[in-house]
Every structure is written in structure tokens, then in C-alpha cells.
Design a protein around this ligand. Structure first.
Ligand code: ZN
Length: 585
């Protein structure tokens, strides 16, 4: 399948309009073509024969009008197009709705520089259909080419290779590697580029660029680290686009062009594991893709595992172990609340919005299973095995059963567990709820020191403001703050805040954790900071716990008031989560 996109960005109307041309492999000569759409205004559909004609966006063949129907379906509508004998392509003339769930239109004041509007897409999991008619499943892949028109001196970017264009306001792209619809991505705004390495760089608003360059200075070393472990990077360039703070996620692994939240720009590279994560997706996810969203752990669990290996290679085992411990804490906390059916690695999301599957289970439980396999069989056997998994399944979409079969044939039957190691209970890990049997225990000596410090504070052996935190990394602070949640009084927190200035922290992870502790412990001095944070940041990972803390601490009225002000600035994905939590709460 190949897709040609020719669209114009209209900031005033908050709409993309143009054509999508799709060349298909016809498997049944008389079957209609079924496409997913959501709230698209379909202005006309034509069919034709394009053969190998490329680029497809502007392919000039005799097009003829086609008959089509649009019927309501779960999660959008089904566009059914009659395909006469001999035709191999459809051209759909369409426009997106201002409410398209995959697009966020930002007013200038919602950007860092405040001068120009900004548009970006977020297609995962099933939002591509709200801006491109497509077969919106990770089980189908397409190559594509695109022309994007945008006025006002703004730059259009896509997660694709840039093709030079001579026209002002016209941007051309091509993606020769087949990708699923959830990885199609576009942005438009006032952004500038800076090089990071021979094949890597960063795009950001002008006022953010220098900070981004220094934060991401080790990206080239990260690429080298993954290549050493798992084989060559298959996508040409690796660039990062820093988005305005409304972006609902930490990052999105759009191929060749990671989309990232500015909340990872801590100034000390303490949060760059997120970049290691998005980069790792260039192997796990983008190259070898979950065929359905119920197999998400094949994307995310593998990616967290690879991310930790990269962090170990660049920063050493101690930092990796701290991050692994924090990850396991997140998982344990969530397992205590999730329904049993959502605690399995291989889940069944039929009839449900796949965005609901984005819990810590596919991420952290998945990564723990891979770590357990690594510990059981040793890196000597496990590393080449994983590399082969990526190489043998490159550019395909796979199911959990595919991995189970490959694992048995290529690792378990060829290697014995190392001395003293029991075989891994795969059934228990993949198909049963709860933490898997014999789960690995990441361990950080640095966290032992933090735990001892916390103990001495709680036993009143050391006053809270005399705590020796010299040399603590943000990870140690995070571990400390999480443990504090249960213990400190508001008076202690005031003393603590005075000593360590946590309300003024410029590290978003520490600030978000501190604010959550403050709300839960009734420390009201942070009220202004909470409101500022909720109004300024759109990252769901931070917003959800903070709003939840307010809802559960008798602060419902405040939560609803702030949400009322902030909601318009949040992404539709964030709105959907918070509507359920705050509005209906
Ligand atoms: Zn991921």
C-alpha cells in the first residue's frame, strides 16, 4: 500500500483540507475498499489506475467518480468505496473537523514564543483516521509521499524524509519504509533546526532551541549504543521536535522525528531517558510493530527494556537501576488498582478505546519479563536473540503468539537457564494478572542511602531541614518524595520547602511529585504553584495524578474550577481522561 497526501493547513478554520490518494493491493477483485474515518468531511471520492506512478500525491491519471457510503461505526465511521475491476487507487477529497481528535491547534499564546499558531498531530492509537482516511490499524503498513501547504512563513514537518521544494509555503516529504497509520505525523509552526550529530538534530521554537540542543547533546551516542546491541538504525535521520507544553505525552516515537514534551528540558539531562525510549522505538514498535493494540507490550515493554540498556551503556548501571526501581514502583502502585483483565501483558481490547490500554502494565511489566529472560539466560544468549527478533521481523506487524513461538524456538530450546536460575513461567507472565512470578528486583545502593535518610528524619533523629541531600540526583529526590507521601505533616513540609526550595523546582518530575504530595498532605502553600502548573502543562502523566489528588483530598471545587479554565488548552486525549476524572467525578 502507498499513500499520497496533498493537504493545506488552515489555522483560521482549524482544518486540514486536500486529498489522500491510496494505492492498494487488491486481494479480492470485487470487494469494496473499507477505510476508517472520524468526523471527516468527505467532499468526493474518485478511483483510477496509478500502477507504480510516484509521487502519488499529485498523480495525474484519468480519475473517475466513485460511489461510496459513510456509515457510523465504533470509534468513528466506515468509508466504503466501490472498486470497479482494474482500478488500483482511490482519491478522497476531504477536510478535517476543528474537533479532530488527532490534531491540536494551538493559539500563539499557547506556544513558548507566543508569536505564531502551532499545529501538531498525535495519531496513536486510533486518531490518524481523524485527519487522514486510512486503514487505521497497526496491522497494516503503507509507504507514503506528501505535499503540505502552510502560509505565514511557518514550517511544516513530517515524520518522513524531506524532499526539497522550490515553492514558498510548500513542503514535500517521502517515506519509503512502510509504516502503520499511528506513526504518520505532521506539525506546523514557527520552528528552527539545529544539528546534534551527523544524522541527528533538533527542531524547536526559537526561544527553546539552545536549551534543547544542550539537553539532547548525547543523542548520537544513544544511537550508537542501540546499534551496538540490536543492529543498524534503519530510518536514515533521527531528529527530535520539541512541542509546546500542551503535548499530552512525554514523547511520541514518530519515525525519523520524535515528538517530545518540553517538560523533559530539565537543564541537566536528568530526564533524557525519554529520548532513549523514543529512539528505542526505532527498533521495537516502528520496525517490529504490535499487530493489534492488545499486543501493545510488544512495542512498549521491549522499548522500556531497550531504553534501560541504553541508559546503562551511557550513564552506568546505578542510574539504570534507579530508573528501573522507579518504574517498578509505578507498576506496583497501578497493579493495586487495575482490574485483573488489564493486568495481563496480552490483553483483549475488543470494543474498547485502545488509549485505555496505556497503563504501566505493557511498559514496566513487559520490560520486567525481558529482564527476567536476560537474567535467566544471560546476556550472551539473550542479546543476540533480541537482535534477531528485530532483524527477522523488520517492517512487519506481530502478535504475542509470534513472540512466544520465536522465544521458545530461538532461546528456550537452544539454551539452558544459567546455574541456579529457574525456567521462566511464560504463561504466568503473559496471560495471568498481577506481577509475574519471580519478578526481577532492580536495586540501587543510592536509594538505600535515601531510605536511611528518610528513616532518620521520620525517627526525629535529624531535623527535616538538616537532611544531607548533597549530590542527590533528581532520581534520588523522586524516590525520597514518593516515600514521603505517607509521612510528613504540613508543618514539616513548610520547613522542608524552605530548606530545599521544592516548590520552585525547575525539574518537572520533581515538581509534579512534590505538588502531588503537597495536595495529599494538605500543605496549602503550593496552591498557586499547583494552579500555574495545571494551566501551563498538558502532559497527562503529570495532570492525572495531580487532579486525582485534589479530587481525593476534598478539593473537588478547586479541581473543577481550574479544570474549567485549563481544559480548552489541553489536547483532546488529555481532555477525555480528565473529563472522566474531574467533570464527572
Ligand atoms: Zn513508548
Amino acid at each position: 500500500m502507498h499513500t499520497g497526501l496533498d493537504v493545506s493547513v488552515d489555522f483560521a478554520a482549524r482544518s486540514l483540507a486536500g486529498t489522500a490518494t491510496i494505492e492498494v493491493d487488491r486481494l479480492a477483485s470485487d470487494a469494496p475498499l473499507m477505510l476508517d474515518v472520524r468526523d471527516l468531511e468527505v467532499r468526493g471520492v474518485q478511483v483510477g489506475t496509478v500502477g507504480e506512478l510516484r509521487p502519488l500525491a499529485e498523480a495525474n491519471v484519468p480519475w473517475r467518480e466513485a460511489t461510496f457510503t459513510i456509515d457510523d461505526a465504533e470509534f468513528g465511521q466506515a468509508l466504503s468505496i466501490d472498486m470497479p475491476k482494474g482500478v488500483d487507487a482511490v482519491r478522497i477529497d476531504y477536510a478535517t473537523a476543528p474537533t479532530a481528535s488527532g490534531l491540536q491547534w494551538l493559539a500563539p499564546e499557547q506556544t513558548a514564543d507566543g508569536t505564531s499558531p502551532f499545529l501538531y498531530t498525535q495519531s496513536q492509537a486510533i486518531h490518524a483516521r481523524s485527519w487522514i482516511p486510512c486503514q487505521d490499524t497497526p496491522g497494516v503498513r503503507s509507504t507514503f509521499d506528501a505535499v503540505v501547504h502552510v502560509d505565514g512563513g511557518l514550517t511544516a514537518l513530517m515524520a518522513a524524509e524531506v524532499v526539497p521544494s522550490k515553492e514558498a509555503g510548500e513542503f514535500r516529504f517521502v517515506m519509503d519504509q512502510p509504516i502503520p497509520s499511528y506513526l504518520v505525523a505532521m506539525a506546523a509552526g514557527k520552528v528552527e533546526f539545529a544539528e546534534l550529530g551527523p544524522r541527528s538534530g533538533v527542531w524547536a521554537e526559537p526561544s527553546v532551541l539552545a536549551k534543547a540542543v544542550s539537553e539532547f547533546g548525547n543523542v548520537e551516542a544513544m544511537i550508537d549504543a542501540v546499534e551496538t546491541l540490536y543492529g543498524p538504525y534503519r530510518w536514515g535521520r533521527y531528529d527530535i521536535l520539541v512541542l509546546p507544553p500542551a503535548f499530552p505525552f512525554g514523547g511520541m516515537e514518530n519515525p525519523r522525528l520524535t515528538f517530545a514534551t518540553p517538560t523533559i528540558l530539565a537543564g541537566d539531562r536528568s530526564l533524557v531517558a525519554l529520548i532513549a525510549h523514543e529512539l528505542a522505538h526505532s527498533w521495537s514498535g516502528n520496525l517490529v510493530t504490535n499487530a493489534s493494540w492488545g499486543d501493545l507490550w510488544l512495542n512498549e515493554g521491549f522499548t522500556v527494556y531497550v531504553e534501560r540498556r541504553v541508559m546503562e551503556a551511557l550513564y552506568g548501571r546505578e542510574r539504570e537501576e534507579m530508573e528501573a526501581m522507579l518504574g517498578k514502583q509505578d507498576l506496583e502502585k497501578e497493579l493495586a488498582e487495575l482490574p485483573a483483565a488489564d493486568q495481563r501483558l496480552a490483553t483483549d481490547l475488543v470494543g474498547r478505546d485502545p488509549d485505555d490500554g496505556l497503563t504501566n502494565v505493557p511498559y514496566e511489566k513487559g520490560a520486567l519479563l525481558l529482564r527476567l529472560l536476560e537474567e535467566t539466560y544471560g546476556r550472551e544468549a539473550f542479546d543476540p536473540f533480541l537482535q534477531r527478533w528485530f532483524t527477522d521481523h523488520a517492517f512487519t506487524s506481530v502478535r504475542t503468539a509470534d513472540f512466544e513461538a520465536f522465544l521458545k524456538a530461538e532461546l528456550i530450546e537452544k539454551h539452558a537457564p544459567q546455574a541456579g536460575k529457574a525456567p521462566v513461567d511464560l504463561e504466568g507472565w503473559i496471560h495471568q494478572p498481577g506481577m509475574g512470578p519471580g519478578a526481577p528486583s532492580p536495586h540501587s545502593d543510592a536509594f538505600d542511602v535515601v531510605d536511611a535518610a528518610l528513616k532518620s528524619v521520620l525517627a526525629n533523629e535529624v531535623p527535616v531541614n538538616k537532611l544531607d541531600t548533597k549530590g542527590w540526583t533528581p532520581h534520588e529526590w523522586l524516590h525520597f518524595l514518593r516515600a514521603l507521601l505517607e509521612s510528613l505533616t504540613p508543618e514539616d513540609m513548610a520547613t522542608f520547602d524552605q530548606a530545599f526550595g521544592l516548590t520552585g523546582s525547575t525539574n518537572s518530575e520533581i515538581l509534579a511529585q512534590w505538588l502531588e504530595v503537597s495536595v495529599r498532605r494538605g500543605y496549602r502553600e503550593t496552591d498557586d504553584a499547583v494552579e500555574t502548573f495545571l494551566l501551563g502543562v498538558g502532559r497527562r502523566k503529570f495532570l492525572t495524578p495531580l487532579y486525582r489528588a485534589m479530587m481525593e483530598s476534598g478539593r473537588q471545587a478547586d479541581a473543577k474550577r481550574i479544570y474549567g479554565k485549563a481544559r480548552g488548552g489541553y489536547h483532546p486525549i488529555t481532555q477525555r481522561t480528565l473529563d472522566a476524572l474531574v467533570q464527572d467525578g
